[in-house]
Each structure stands twice: as C-alpha cells, then as structure tokens.
Design a protein around this ligand. Sequence first.
Ligand code: CTP
Ligand code: MG
Length: 226
Amino acid sequence: PRVAVVIVAAGSGTRLGAERPKAFVTLQGLTLLERSLHAVRGMRHAADPIVVAPAELLAEAAELSERASGRPVQVVAGGATRQRSVAEGLAVVDSSVEVVLVHDAARALAPSTLFDAVVDAVVERGYGVIPGLPVSDTVKRIGADGIVHETVDRSALAAVQTPQGFPCEQLLTAYALAESDETDDAGLVAAAGFRVDVVPGDAHAFKVTTPWDLRRAEEMLTGSRS
Ligand code: CTP
Ligand code: MG
C-alpha cells in the first residue's frame, strides 16, 4: 500500500523543560525527531514521512529530516494543539496515499517493526489500529478532594501509544468532522463512527514527556544505569 507517516514534532515540551522544543532535544547525539525518522526509514513497507514542526524551526527541521531520511522530506508548520498539528500534516498528504500513520516524535525509540505491524493490521482489517499495552499499576478512580472511590478494572484498560494507523479516507473524514479536541487520533476516528482496534504495543514506544523519561531513554540506548 502507499503509506504516509505524519510525525508531529511541533510541541514545546513544557513538561520536559529543556531549552529547545522537545523534538529537537538530543538523545545520544541524535534529536528525538531524527530518531523517529530513522524508525520510518527502517520500515519494511516504503513510507513517506511528513514532519510537522514549530514554525520557527522549519528550516532546521527540513535539514535534519533530509539527513535522517536520505532524501527531501515535506515539512510543515504545526498548530497550537496536537490535533491542529496533525491536521496541518494531513493537509499535505498525497491523494494516492492509502494508509496514514500518525506518530509522536516524542516516542523516539518506537521500533520500525511496530510501524510495520500497524500498517499490516490496517491493511488486513480495513480500519484503524492503535498500539496499546496492558496497564500494570493498580488504577483508582478518585474524587476532586483526593478521596479514593474504587479500583478500576484493569482488564478493560490499555495504555495507548503511537504510531496509530488508519485508512487514509477514514482519518481525513474524522478530521473534517472534528468538533472536540481529542488527545489522540483514534479518539477522533471513533467519534466519527469508525471502528478502531488495539494491537500489541511495544515498551520502547513510550513517550518522552519528563526529564525522567529522557534519562530512561538514554539508559536504554547505552545499556547503562550510570
Ligand atoms: N505536538 C505537536 N503540536 C502541538 C502539541 C504537541 O506537534 N501543538 C506533538 C509533540 O511535538 C509531541 C506529540 O505531539 O511529539 C505529543 O505531545 P506531547 O508529548 O504533549 O508534547 P508537547 O506538547 O511538546 O509537551 P508538553 O505537553 O509537555 O508541552
Ligand atoms: Mg502536550
């Protein structure tokens, strides 16, 4: 299938608190954005990356992206929310594309195998799929005052990741209909009435959100805990 991967890298990274927008922070010499592009480049399926970057970093993003991908990459400016940024990326997806993956640049260590598995599942099923992992902690529903109400049934929960994959026309329809601001693409696609399934995620696809996450990613790459 013809595949496009929209990599959203336009966030500021408030919780990470680095000097640069999060996708441009380096992890063992490569930015999170470059690492995400390497994963796309390593896919068994040929896929065209589309990078959504902060407006003030478009030139740098284009240069990094071309280097990481070995060819020119479409780079567009993002919006104020993740959903707006995805919409900007979708606006430049070629009409011949059949499967679109949306990926957080912040999930810099998501392996190529996960991207390929998502494409395969979308092709096989004909609807959207998102990677998810079982929730291992006990989860409590709590009140505003911090009072513990009850334990949530973990068997009915999944911690979801990216890349999330969809038949292109379903994702475009969902974005065209979008009214609410959802935290992920599957939320919008489901709101538009399309089925979305969870497929097995990968622990390496965790999102770098806080300084602690960045340290964990460094440890994974070096295999050390120093
Ligand atoms: N993102 C984006 N445009 C936005 C907000 C987020 O492209 N307006 C991207 C981020 O670059 C990131 C992904 O969406 O790759 C997931 O968002 P998140 O982890 O929340 O990143 P930030 O919004 O940058 O971080 P924070 O919420 O801590 O500010
Ligand atoms: Mg954010």
